[in-house]
Structures are given as C-alpha cells and as structure tokens.
Ligand binder design. Structure first.
Ligand code: NAD
Ligand code: MG
Length: 380
C-alpha cells in the first residue's frame, strides 16, 4: 500500500479507501481541492438530497464559503448550523439545539447532515444524525488532521456527560468521508502535531514500514500535500481494516487505543484543559509510556521504546508526563484516573502493549502493582 502511494508522489493525486461494512459500507476520498468538488460528490451519493451543514465558528470563517459555493453550484439545497469551537460543544445542550435546527430546516431522513469540522463537530453532528428521525444519513468533511485520520472514520459518534467524555453516543456510519488536505493549511501547528500523534499510532500498531517512512519523511508530512495525502490514506486504510473486522469494539478495535489508556488519564488529570494538554499530546505521552512500560515488562527491547519517544520528540510532541504544564499528580492519581476510563472491564485495566515497533497487542492481565511501579519511576 505504501509502495503504491509512494509511486505517485510528487503529483497531487487522489486516494480512496473503502470501509467494508456490508450495507453500511462507504468510501473515504482523500486529496487536495476536494472541498471545491464537495457538491458533486455529495449529489453522487445522495441525488436530490438537501444538506444541513454543522460546523464551528473557526471552520465557518475559514472554509464555509468554499463548501457553500460548491453545493450551490451542484444545485444542492443547504442550510448551515454553527456551533462554538471546542469540546464544550459536545454537550446535551448543543446537541438539542442542533437537532432542533436540523428539524426546523426540514431536513428529512433521506437528506444529509454534513459534519464540517474537526472531531468535535464530527462527533456532535454524527450523533445528531444517529438520532434525528431515528437515524439520518450523514457525510463527514473532516478539517483537522486528527479528524481526517481518526474520528471521521469508523462510526463512533457522541457527546460528553458530566460523568465523563464520550459517554453518550451511538455507532452510526457516514455515507461518505471527504478529507481535503488543503484545509489543513489553516490548522494551528499544535493541532496538526496532535493529529500527527495518531498517524504515528497506526505505524506502531501494525505497520513498521509506515513508521520507518514517517521517521524518514515527517518533515514532508508537515509541509507537503503529497505526503499528507499519503499519511492520511495509510492511516485511514489501517483504521478501516480494523473497523471492518470489529465495528463495535468487541476485540481488535481496542488496538486503536494504543497510548490512550495512559493518555485519557493525563487528559482527565489536566482537567481537559486544552491550554495544558490536547488529546494528541496525551496520546503521544501515552504511546511513549506504553512503549517504556512494555520494555520494563520485558516484552520489547528498550531500544524500541527509545525509538518511539525519539520520533515523537523529533516533531515537537511531548513524551514524558512531567512535560504537562502544571503537573502535580502522583502515580496513584494516574492509576486511579486510568480506572475511570470506560474501557475498564470487571476491575481489570486493558493495556495496549508492544513487542516492538508495529507489533502492538491487547494485554488484559497486567497487574495494577506493575503499572503503579512503572508510574512511580516515570514520575520520580
Ligand atoms: P476540534 O474539533 O476541537 O478542532 C480543533 C480546533 O481546530 C478547533 O478550535 C477548531 O475550530 C479548529 N479547526 C478545525 N479545523 C480547522 C482548520 N482547517 N483550520 C483552522 N482551524 C481549524 O478537535 P479535533 O482534535 O479535531 O477533535 C477532537 C475530538 O475528536 C474530541 O472530542 C475527541 O473525543 C474526538 N474523537 C473522536 C473519535 C471517534 O472515533 N469518533 C476519535 C478520536 C477523537
Ligand atoms: Mg485518539
């Protein structure tokens, strides 16, 4: 797959990744300039449908005119619903307002809801689509690197509860995903880096050659469209394959949580304060921790753990817990926070560990005492 993509580097090409889920299958189109063509793609998957675009203020300011123009040109009736940027919009209040506005716009079941933004908009609008009229069709137009490689693919939608993140939601697959790397040019560097952590994750899970390509070409992934298209396509292909095997996370899909058992705990302890820590940064530290923890348990070579951290650090991502600004918590607090994750089953923590780069596996029988000892040393 990497070879195929590398072969046509240089030219700005298009990639498409198929997510095979029987009657719920769909395509992810990846390229530059797709936003200008969105109207055509949308009227191909849903001839005659009207659209309710859900977006946030930042994306609306930067990119909404391009999307609206494309829809108008293709003769697609559309109405736009704008929410505030940030995690706060994944709330019951915003969910209720967006549902009502979709209904007020006379969007019917065969019409489309278009999630146009990062993961916040995608999760919110996807859950609105899952709920309005007991399920409406929707299209993802992800505008952050994180949403292009991760949240727009796989059908997890939802909002936050006062009891925790993503606790209210549904599995609801989109009808189409359009990932236009051109929109990434307006993304703040910190957000791009955070998405890059999830790209690295796919290499670490099961694709050593992809990780090696990233080690060699990270600079280009940050700056050039051809390499961005390649990185997004390989990431989506990996995620699509895993989701195709295990749509609702009964098994293998848990591999995608590499770095997340630790990372979610760091986010929780940082108070979900994006000034201190954004999700991808938590995942970067979490992956470095998972690698070091694997080495400590004798599962992988210490050099592999160093290699993981070295690559993440080379693009400016944090790899140590103490890099989180204002960090004051101890090992016991981190362990307790890990137990609050919804992936805890019958009191046992599930870790995604590594036998080496590209060889992640699900470990269900890690002793809490082992994890505590590891965290104490990390924080010493
Ligand atoms: P986000 O949606 O909050 O976007 C980050 C910031 O970038 C926002 O301020 C946004 O307005 C801005 N932005 C978006 N696109 C832009 C662009 N092209 N140019 C300039 N600014 C732009 O954050 P995110 O990182 O994309 O998504 C995080 C969310 O995704 C979390 O809520 C997380 O729970 C969710 N998520 C879901 C899944 C899933 O499978 N459903 C997977 C991973 C993450
Ligand atoms: Mg993630």
């Amino acid at each position: 797959n990497l070879e195929r993509i590398q072969a046509d580097q240089g030219a700005t090409h298009r990639e498409s990744v198929h997510v095979a889920l029987g009657g719920r299958s769909y395509d992810i189109l990846i390229g530059a300039g797709l936003l200008e063509e969105a109207g055509d793609h949308i009227s191909t998957v849903a001839p005659g449908a009207a659209c309710a675009i859900v977006t946030d203020e930042n994306v609306a300011r930067l990119h909404l005119p391009t999307l609206e123009k494309s829809l108008s040109k293709a003769g697609v009736r559309h109405k736009t619903i704008i929410v505030k940027p940030g995690e706060g919009s994944k709330s019951l209040a915003t969910f209720g307002r967006v549902c009502d506005e979709v209904l007020a716009a006379k969007i019917e079941r065969r019409d489309l809801i278009v999630a146009f933004g990062g993961g916040v908009v995608g999760d919110l609008a996807g859950f609105v689509a899952a709920s309005v009229r007991r399920g409406s069709r929707f299209v993802q137009i992800p505008t952050t690197l994180l949403s292009q490689v991760d949240s727009s693919v796989g059908g997890k939608t939802g909002i936050n509860s006062v009891h925790g993140k993503n606790l209210i939601g549904a599995f609801h697959q989109p009808a189409l995903v359009l990932a236009d790397v051109d929109v990434l040019r307006t993304l703040p560097l910190r957000e791009f880096r955070a998405g890059y952590a999830e790209v690295v994750k796919y290499g670490l899970i099961g694709d050593k050659r992809f990780f090696e390509w990233l080690e060699a070409d990270a600079e280009a992934v940050f700056h050039s469209r051809a390499e961005q298209i390649c990185a997004v396509a390989v990431s989506c292909e990996t995620k699509a394959a895993i989701v195709g095997r295990d749509e609702t996370e009964q098994g293998d899909r848990a591999l995608l949580n590499l770095g997340h058992t630790f990372g979610h705990a760091f986010e929780l302890l940082a108070g979900y304060d994006s000034e201190r820590l954004v999700h991808g940064e938590g995942v970067a530290i979490g992956m470095a921790c998972a690698a070091r923890f694997s080495a400590r348990l004798g599962l992988c070579a210490p050099q592999d753990a160093e290699r993981v951290a070295r690559h993440l650090a080379s693009v400016g991502l944090p790899t140590e817990i103490r890099q989180i600004p204002g960090w004051r918590d101890d090992a016991q607090a981190v362990l307790a926070a890990m137990y609050q994750d919804k992936k805890v089953e019958g009191g046992a923590l599930t870790f995604i560990l590594m036998r080496g780069v590209g060889e992640a596996f699900i470990a269900k029988s890690v002793e809490p005492a082992e994890a505590l000892g590891f965290l104490k040393d990390e924080l010493a």
